[in-house]
Ligand binder design. Structure first.
Ligand SMILES: Nc1ncnc2c1ncn2[C@@H]1O[C@H](COP(=O)(O)OP(=O)(O)O)[C@@H](O)[C@H]1O
Ligand SMILES: N[C@@H](CC(=O)OP(=O)(O)O)C(=O)O
Length: 809
């Protein structure tokens, strides 16, 4: 015999009920079908009951709509002659439903008995309709499943239930149908088995009838690694042990109602979770087979929302026996259900997690129990953290592996999720912990990724700046997506973009190929601060903020982003060359929070300069001297000057080619090179401020002080002959002009130098950069890095490389 349970969604419409019929007909041999109420009906019955209790007449409209809903289904499923018969079958239930609602409305009281009757009405209606439609013999579960109200809930009286069911077994034909969820007590009053209880009905029947298997037919392909509504990448688990399924469902995996596992486990009946809407999918098998050591350590993650964390603490608890017993007895006496318990080994505090709706009852119960100790200040009044959630990771293989907890808390912590309490049973089957409810999506995502339950990791990108570098970066995101996913198991998802006046954010991802247009069409107005606030509020895992601007204001938001565990990758030099205190605070925050602050493109665009210096320093080498040409713009200018190309034209060309900063005076003043040298010096271990760098500007200061860029461009023409003369004279001497940055004995200098043909700077072409590093190890011959040092393409490529480095792939 097989027992098949179909859930609310599976019987949610006439179309779906047709699918149920197909599945049932396709199964050979004796079968027992259990059905839930039509999807959503139990919730609607309960809310109608509450409305009636408040004396609100809309309860009658709700009632009519529930009845109509069933009539519509009948209308679709049956031929006209059959319809009346089906309606007659459910008429007594509908009459009873109307009478109870009227009673509740008039008396304005919803007793437990009325509540139980009303909430089970959905199964009474659906089961009669479906039994008739699929040609199954209908049995009233209330006659066989017997409960007793104990410990705040209806507990099944197993012996009596089994006896009654075994008595009815001979009456059952090839296909019988029982409503799920409903039961009755010893006085034959209506009771129910708890929300989601139809699964339990099916398990009780399967155990009593010694079925070959129990099939839970639902709307997902099986038990998934996490709630698929939260983790889109969750996938179906092939096999689970009873214990694993129990733990996952206890901690919120709604796919199966936790008590369901017990009768199946005790009678060793395999449970299959199957999808009504995709019957060919293999599904999940839950049984008692030994767990294969080679399997993943963690099978799944689940979570419970809407809970409170209640903590009792005080020195009066240390070493005193009976405290826990008194605490739990007080809670049990008030029917407070405990989801998780955590106690520090110092015995100084005990924390319990309970449903949010029970927190004030629980507080009163505990404070009453410990009133004497509280009055004497031996125990503090109870503290309650509201809006909390419990997350649990489950897997029998955890007990064979060390380091799971470390990996778990490291990945969660790096993403800024604070953990309030932890519990791990000695069975090591699960680790559960308490976090703020607002962090739940983020936590589930990072855990899913950390334990390779996902087949790829994901970076969520927020981009500021859609100019030359920003737009080239977007092209890279598009063009490299497939390769990164296939070869590096990395998916880069663009979740936010901001231009100077508007922004777009989308948790599920923006289209990087069209986002610049979309920003103009549907972007919402923003400031960099509002963009930052939205990033922090979105609270997504593995977030990276990418700055492709040259704006001081954008640089000013890095600190708060790093504080919120968002990594920062920037092509903008302003932050790293601001005050040493601010720069080192950014770096320290990144270290503390376990996120990244990368700015490789600040010096030498796409050239690897900062990373090799970092590697030297990390390996214990000491950097003694630096000499470099760090301005692609100024090198382009000196290399392009000629009789036909005067200074003013070459400056315009450098700007037009995107080599220079948006305002070329930043380059010509030497400021840009000062910033770069400062960054190199700091990364080499020197504590320097901008004022410490001796600067000789490329053009005299009075030109740079002009009020506007236009005025400057006009006036700079005066310098054309000066530069041309200097160039000619140097050429005669076999020398060239270079704008160099130098660090020696802790002193930093930038300015024009003349180099002869033996000097490594002499042949530096176009806008190239060169960096020479002398250290204890690179003493005689310096480490040299040379190549393109400017241009949007190489800069975007460098930024992209930094982004990939954040993912550590
Ligand atoms: N780990 C999980 N695996 C599968 N489904 C889950 C999990 N966690 C939560 N769910 C949710 O449980 C739902 C199925 O449970 P439920 O709605 O009670 O089904 P039914 O109405 O068939 O009884 C799925 O649609 C899914 O959204
Ligand atoms: N209808 C009941 C019992 C049940 O099990 O429903 P479902 O199978 O749709 O979770 C409820 O909503 O709680």
């Amino acid at each position: 015999m097989q027992v098949l349970k179909f859930g609310g969604t599976s019987v949610g419409s006439a179309d779906n009920i047709q699918k149920v019929k197909e599945i049932v007909s396709s199964i050979q041999g004796q079968k027992v079908v259990v059905v839930s109420a039509v999807g959503g009906i139990t919730d609607r019955l309960i809310s109608m009951a509450r409305t009636a209790e408040q004396g609100d007449k809309t309860c009658f409209e709700n009632l009519q709509s529930i009845i109509d809903n069933h009539f519509e289904i009948i209308d679709h499923l049956f031929q006209p002659i059959e319809k009346d018969e089906v309606i007659k079958l459910i008429e007594p239930d509908i009459e009873e439903l109307k009478i109870i609602i009227k009673g509740v409305f008039l008396i304005r009281e919803l007793s437990r008995k009325s509540f139980e009757s009303l909430s089970g009405m959905g199964e009474r209606l659906s089961s009669k309709i479906i039994a008739r439609y699929i040609g199954a013999k209908w049995f009233d579960s209330r006659n066989y499943i017997k409960t007793n109200f104990e410990f705040g809930r209806n507990q099944v009286i197993t012996d009596e239930t089994n006896k009654l069911l075994s008595e009815v077994k001979p009456e059952m034909g090839n296909c019988s149908l029982f409503p799920g969820f409903i039961s009755s007590n010893k006085k034959s009053e209506n009771t129910t088995l708890g929300r989601g209880g139809s699964d339990y009905t099916a398990a009780l029947l399967a155990a009593a009838f010694k079925a070959d298997n129990l099939q839970i037919w639902t709307d997902v392909d099986g038990f998934m690694t996490a709630d698929p509504r939260v983790i889109s990448r969750a996938y179906c688990i092939d096999k689970l042990s009873y214990a694993e399924a129990m733990e996952l469902s206890h901690f919120g995996a709604k796919v199966i109602y936790p008590p369901t596992i017990i009768p199946a486990f005790q009678s060793n009946i395999p449970i299959w979770i199957k999808n009504t809407f995709n019957p060919m999918a293999q599904g999940t098998l839950i049984n008692n087979e030994k767990v294969d050591i080679k399997e993943r350590q963690i099978k799944g993650i689940s979570s419970i929302k809407e809970v409170s964390l209640l903590t009792l603490q005080g020195i009066g608890m240390v070493g005193v026996t009976g405290i826990s017993m008194r605490l739990f007895t007080a809670l049990a006496a008030n029917d407070v259900n405990i989801i998780l318990i955590s106690q520090a080994s110092s015995e100084n505090s005990i924390s319990v997690v309970i449903g949010a709706d029970q927190s004030s009852i629980a507080r009163n119960a505990i404070e009453h129990e410990f009133r004497r100790e509280i009055a004497q200040n031996h125990i503090s009044p109870v503290t309650i953290d509201e809006n909390m959630a419990v997350v649990a990771i489950v897997g029998e293989n955890m007990k064979h592996t060390t380091g799971i907890a470390g990996q778990l808390f490291n990945s969660v912590g790096k993403n800024g999720v604070n953990i309030y309490a932890i519990a791990q049973g000695a069975s090591e089957l699960n680790i559960s912990f308490v976090i703020k409810e607002k962090d739940i999506r983020k936590a589930l995502n990072v855990i899913h990724e950390a334990f390779f339950l996902s087949d790829y990791s994901r970076l969520n990108l927020f981009l500021a700046g859609k100019g030359t570098v920003g737009s080239k970066l977007l092209n890279k995101v598009v063009s490299q997506a497939r390769k990164l996913k296939d070869e590096n198991n990395l998916m880069i998802r663009l979740v936010g973009v901001a231009g100077s006046s508007n922004m777009l954010l989308e948790r599920e991802g923006l289209n990087a190929a069209t986002v610049i247009e979309d920003l103009d069409n549907v972007g919402e107005p923003c400031t960099i601060e509002s963009f930052r606030d939205r990033i922090i509020e979105m609270n997504v895992a593995n977030s990276v903020f990418v700055d492709c601007t040259a704006s001081e204001q954008v640089a000013s938001v890095y600190q708060s982003l790093l504080d919120a565990n968002v990594s920062v990758v920037t092509a903008n030099k302003i932050a790293s060359s601001s005050s040493y205190a601010a720069y080192s605070k950014l770096k320290a925050t990144a270290r503390e929070k376990g996120v990244k602050f990368f700015f490789e493109t600040n010096v030498g665009a796409g050239l690897p300069v900062i990373a090799p210096i970092n590697d030297l320093v990390k390996s214990g080498d000491k950097i003694e001297r630096l000499e470099a040409v760090l301005s692609g713009t100024l090198n382009f200018i000196v290399n392009t000057l000629s009789e036909d190309n005067p200074l003013s034209d070459v400056i315009s060309e450098a700007k037009a080619k995107g080599f220079s900063e948006p305002d070329p005076r930043v380059d010509l003043s030497g400021t840009d090179v000062v910033r770069k040298l400062l960054i190199l010096a700091r990364e080499s271990g020197y504590v320097l401020e901008q004022e410490d760098v001796e600067v000789e500007p490329f053009v005299p200061a009075e030109y740079l002080d002009l009020p506007s860029l236009d005025a400057f461009m006009d006036k700079v023409k005066d310098l054309n002959p000066v530069f041309e003369n200097q160039r000619k004279n140097l050429a005669i001497e076999g020398k060239r002009l270079r704008y160099a940055a130098r660090l020696s004995e802790g002193k930093a200098k930038v300015g024009l130098i003349e180099v002869d043909s033996k000097h490594p700077f002499y042949d530096l072409e176009g806008s190239n950069n060169i960096i020479l590093v002398w250290s204890e190890n690179y003493n005689e011959h310096p480490l040299q890095v040379k190549g393109y040092g400017a241009g949007a393409d190489v800069t975007a490529a460098g930024v992209f490389a930094d982004i990939i480095k954040v993912a550590n792939v």
